[in-house]
Design a protein around this ligand. Structure first.
Ligand SMILES: Cc1cc2nc3c(=O)[nH]c(=O)nc-3n(C[C@H](O)[C@H](O)[C@H](O)COP(=O)(O)OP(=O)(O)OC[C@H]3O[C@@H](n4cnc5c(N)ncnc54)[C@H](O)[C@@H]3O)c2cc1C
Length: 453
């Protein structure tokens, strides 16, 4: 055992080890990289040890939380993967309504821990996504119109910075670092622990409403206009989808391409039923499935459609408005969604997300109403190039109507300019904070912000 391995409480996996093949894999099967070392950390001390070792030996570092990054930032070629996925403790304080979450937790870990207390915090819409990557990039989900982004609910975080120190970042301590990790991604260090504000959430009135494809333009306009006045309790996204071949969908719809509005409402169920009536009556729909369900159940509703090991290619943008011209492009490209696992989603991003100013956190796009993602997802790698073309053409047709930048957590490796356009006026401050905490840019396997010179 090497001196390095002796200092590790978790596991060290090398290319010659039997577990290497599974340990090197990330969620997107299209990513095929071979790290020199994978350290499955047992705690913060392991993370510190890894950062020091990598810095001293000039090894590239990749940090893995949930491993969901589509460009595969949870792994690298020839470097050291700091895998946090064993660090899964969650401690809920029901009186203070807070949760302390270890850096390797997924949203499923958090939701299941807070639910018995009748509490929750905004996370993503798939339970297997990592808390660390999602939160540091911003993070939105079903609770965001009411309670803001995941990063808006972050109270404090313990960060292992490039010098191997553990720094607490919150409003009072290292406030610049705290500002940067709320939207700036993994550029500033590794969050070994994150403390979140919780809210009283137990069950939601939620589920998809399916409409025939021929009504797509009308449904998109309905979605746009409905969300403008919808109370914050209502969250919804528009989708093109191929109906999965199984319950709760009737056989007559299996494999059919349709459009949908997925809604999820907090608060009183009776009120939610009344408020969402225009959605359930438009058309009429093919199927309206909203019903009351526990929050962790909603959070894992689509997990089965998106298991690890599929091949992904994504394109995305923020939209200030969903214009009739953009809707016309959606109607042209959306119906060609290639597989049952693919996703064409337009999420509403207003409400509480807009209560925070553009410069209050690193997450700059606080004035957009929508964010869309076009995600081609397939089990068959041979088909991905074709589907990638569809994704790029669809995105290019919509881009002229976009706000210019994209949500960093939805970007592939798209170059410096694209990252810059995602941070608007916050970019220079991010570069200055990067220069302070990571002058050598050792955390660069991410949507990278170069340190200011
Ligand atoms: C199926 C699926 C559904 C998704 N749904 C949503 C959604 O509803 N809402 C949403 O906002 N996003 C969503 N995303 C996007 C998601 O936010 C990003 O993919 C995010 O990067 C995932 O974080 P992770 O920890 O799982 O990823 P990883 O691949 O482990 O890491 C991604 C990046 O985050 C950094 N990172 C990870 N953990 C830490 C940490 N503890 N400290 C510092 N840096 C860290 C890594 O260095 C890397 O650069 C989804 C992604 C997928 C694949």
């Amino acid at each position: 055992m090497s001196e390095f391995s002796r200092g590790i409480r978790g596991a060290v996996v090398r290319p010659e080890d039997a577990e290497y093949e599974s340990a090197r894999r990330v969620y997107n099967a299209d990513i095929d990289r071979r790290p020199l070392l994978i350290v499955q950390c047992a705690g913060a001390a392991d993370v510190v040890h890894c950062v020091n070792y990598a810095r001293e030996n000039k090894l590239l570092i990749a940090v893995r939380g949930g491993g969901h990054s589509a460009p595969g930032f949870g792994t690298c070629d020839g470097g050291l993967v700091i895998d946090l996925s064993r660090m899964k403790n969650v401690r809920v304080d029901p009186e203070r309504r807070t949760a302390e979450v270890e850096g390797g937790c997924t949203w499923g870990d958090v939701d299941r821990a807070t639910h018995p207390f009748g509490l929750a915090t905004p996370g993503g819409i798939i339970s297997t996504t990592g808390v660390g990557g999602l939160t540091t990039g911003g993070g939105f989900g079903y609770l965001s119109r009411r309670y803001g982004l995941a990063c808006d609910n972050l109270i404090s975080a313990d960060i292992v910075t490039a010098d191997g120190q553990i720094r607490t970042a919150n409003a009072d301590r290292n406030a610049d670092l705290f500002w940067a990790i709320r939207g700036g991604g993994g550029n500033f260090g590794i969050a070994v622990s994150l403390e979140f504000r919780l809210h009283p959430v137990t069950q939601l009135y939620a589920g998809p409403i399916l409409y025939p494809l021929e009504q797509a333009a009308g449904v998109l306009r309905l979605f746009r206009d409905f969300m403008r006045d919808a109370p914050r309790e209502v969250n919804a996204f528009f989708a093109f989808l191929i109906v999965p071949p199984g319950p709760p969908f009737p056989e007559s719809l299996h494999g059919k391409t349709v459009c949908a509005i997925m809604c999820a409402c907090t608060g009183d169920v009776g009120k939610a039923e009344i408020v969402t009536k225009p959605l359930r009556e438009f058309g009429p729909p093919l199927l309206a499935l909203p019903h009351p369900m526990p929050y962790p159940f909603l959070q894992s509703l689509f997990d089965g459609l998106l298991p690890p090991g599929l091949h992904h290619y994504w394109k995305a943008d923020f939209m200030r408005e969903l214009t009739d011209e953009a809707i016309a492009e959606h109607v042209k490209f959306g119906p060609r969604i290639p597989t049952v696992n693919s996703a064409v989603h337009t999420y509403a991003m207003d409400g509480a997300v807009q209560d925070v100013g553009a410069n209050e956190t690193a997450f700059a796009y606080r004035d957009v109403r929508f964010v869309h993602i076009i995600a081609a997802v397939t089990p068959d790698p041979a088909t991905l190039p074709l589907y990638r073309d569809w994704t790029q053409q669809y995105w290019a047709a919509l881009h002229p109507y976009s706000a210019g930048g994209a949500y960093v957590n939805f970007l592939m490796e798209e170059g410096e300019q694209r990252i810059a356009s995602s941070y608007l006026g916050n970019r220079e401050r991010l570069a200055a904070i990067k220069a302070k905490y990571d002058p050598l840019n050792i955390f660069r396997v991410n949507q990278n912000i170069q340190p200011a010179k």
